[in-house]
Design a protein around this ligand. Structure first.
Ligand code: TRP
Length: 352
C-alpha cells in the first residue's frame, strides 16, 4: 500500500554541495528508486531564499537552473519526481499568510535553526519579518501537498516540529484537515550534519567551506588537500587525533570497504587506518589522497552528467515548467479544502 507523500526542497543561493548530497539528495534518489510513495516532490525554494537575499535577486535567479542541474545530475528523475519552483505556486503564499495567525513571534524566535542563521547573518538588529516567518512558509510547503515524509538533514528538524505544531493548531480550530509529517534523516548520523572543509560544524556557502557537486576534479583535489585535520599532528611520526579531524569525519560519512581494496590496500578498513593515525606514523597527505579518491569515485559520475545536461538548458527549463504545472494542479485542489475548513469559501458559484 502506497500512502507516503514525499517532499523536500533546497534554497537556490548557490550550487548544491556535498552536505546536501549526503544529508538529503542521496536519500531522495534511494526513495525515488524504491518507488514506495504516491507522489514525490522536490522543489527549488526561491521564495525562502529571498527571505535573506531580497536585496540580491539575481543570485537567486541565477541559481534556479543550477540547482535543477544538480538534481538531475545526482539522479533525480523527472519521470518519477515532480520538480517545481516554489514562487510559481501562489497557493503557498496564501497558506503562509493564514498560518502566520497560528504561530507566535516568540515561538519563531525560539526556533534554533532560525536563531543560529540570524546570528550568522548578523541580523540581530535588523531582522526582516519575512525571514522570521520562513518556518511558517516552510510549514505551508509541507502541508499544501499533504506531505508525510521529508528527507532532510538534522538542521531541518526544528522546521518539521514547527510545521506539525501548526497542523495541530489548525486542526484543533478548523477541524481535521491537515496531516502531520515526519523527517527522514540519513542512517549515518554524520551525514545528517556534515562539517565544512575548515572543521566548522556546518558546510555552507556563506562560510565558504564547501565541496560542490559541480567542482572539477582539480578543484576537489585542491580542496581536500587543504582540509583541516589535527593541528598538533605536525610530523608524520606524531600521534594524531581523530575527533574533530575533518578528513576522518568525511571518511566516516563516505568510505566503504571496497575503497580500501581499490585505493589503499595496506589497510582493510577505517578502524585500522584510524588506529595507525592515532599511534603515529601516518601522514596527513596519505589520508587526504585516500579521501580524494573516495570522494572522486562518488562525485565523478555526477560531475560528468552535470556537464552533459548543461548542454541542453531548454530541457532543464522544460522539466521545471512541467513539474511546476503538475504541482500547481495539486495545490489548487488542496487549497479548496483548506479554505473550506477556514470558512473563507463564500460563494459556491465562484470558480476561478
Ligand atoms: N529550509 C530548507 C533548506 O534550507 C529548504 C526548504 C524549504 C525545505 N521548504 C522546505 C526543505 C520544505 C524541506 C521541506 O534547505
Amino acid at each position: 500500500m502506497k500512502t507516503e507523500i514525499i517532499l523536500t526542497g533546497d534554497r537556490p543561493t548557490g550550487h548544491l554541495h556535498l552536505g546536501h548530497y549526503v544529508g538529503s539528495l542521496k536519500n531522495r534518489v534511494k526513495l525515488q528508486n524504491e518507488g514506495n510513495f504516491d507522489k514525490m516532490y522536490v522543489f527549488i525554494a526561491d521564495a525562502q531564499a529571498l527571505t535573506d537575499n531580497y536585496d540580491n535577486p539575481d543570485k537567486v535567479r541565477e541559481n534556479i537552473r543550477e540547482v535543477a542541474l544538480d538534481y538531475l545530475a545526482v539522479g533525480i528523475d523527472p519521470k518519477k519526481v515532480i520538480i517545481f519552483v516554489q514562487s510559481m505556486i501562489p497557493e503557498l503564499a496564501e497558506y503562509t499568510f493564514y498560518f502566520m495567525n497560528l504561530v507566535t513571534v516568540s515561538r519563531l524566535m525560539r526556533n534554533p535553526t532560525v536563531k543560529c542563521e540570524m546570528h550568522e547573518k548578523g541580523m540581530d538588529e535588523s531582522l526582516p519579518s519575512g525571514f522570521l516567518n520562513y518556518p511558517v512558509s516552510q510549514a505551508a510547503d509541507i502541508t499544501l501537498f499533504n506531505t508525510t515524509l521529508v528527507p532532510a538533514g538534522i538542521d531541518q528538524e526544528p522546521m518539521i516540529e514547527q510545521a506539525n505544531e501548526i497542523v495541530r493548531k489548525f486542526n484543533s480550530i478548523y477541524g481535521e484537515t491537515l496531516n502531520e509529517c515526519r523527517i527522514l534523516l540519513p542512517d549515518n548520523s554524520i551525514c545528517a550534519r556534515l562539517p565544512g572543509l575548515d572543521g566548522n560544524c556546518k558546510m555552507s556557502k556563506s562560510l565558504g567551506n564547501c565541496i560542490y557537486l559541480s567542482d572539477s576534479e582539480e578543484e576537489l583535489r585542491k580542496k581536500v588537500m587543504s582540509m583541516y585535520t589535527d593541528p598538533n599532528h605536525i610530523k608524520v611520526e606524531d600521534p594524531g587525533c581523530i575527533e574533530g579531524n575533518t578528513v576522518f569525519t568525511y571518511l566516516d560519512a563516505l568510505c566503504k570497504e571496497e575503497d580500501f581494496k581499490e585505493f589503499l590496500p595496506e589497510y582493510h578498513n577505517l578502524d585500522e587506518l584510524k588506529a595507525h593515525y592515532k599511534k603515529g606514523g601516518l601522514g596527513d597527505v596519505k589520508i587526504k589522497k585516500f579521501l580524494f579518491n573516495v570522494l572522486n569515485r562518488e562525485l565523478k559520475p555526477i560531475r560528468e552528467k552535470r556537464l552533459e545536461l548543461a548542454k541542453d538548458m531548454d530541457y532543464i527549463d522544460k522539466v521545471l515548467i512541467e513539474g511546476t504545472k503538475k504541482a500547481r494542479i495539486v495545490a489548487k485542489e488542496n487549497i479548496k479544502k483548506f479554505k473550506k475548513a477556514m470558512r473563507i469559501n463564500y460563494f459556491d458559484s465562484y470558480d476561478e
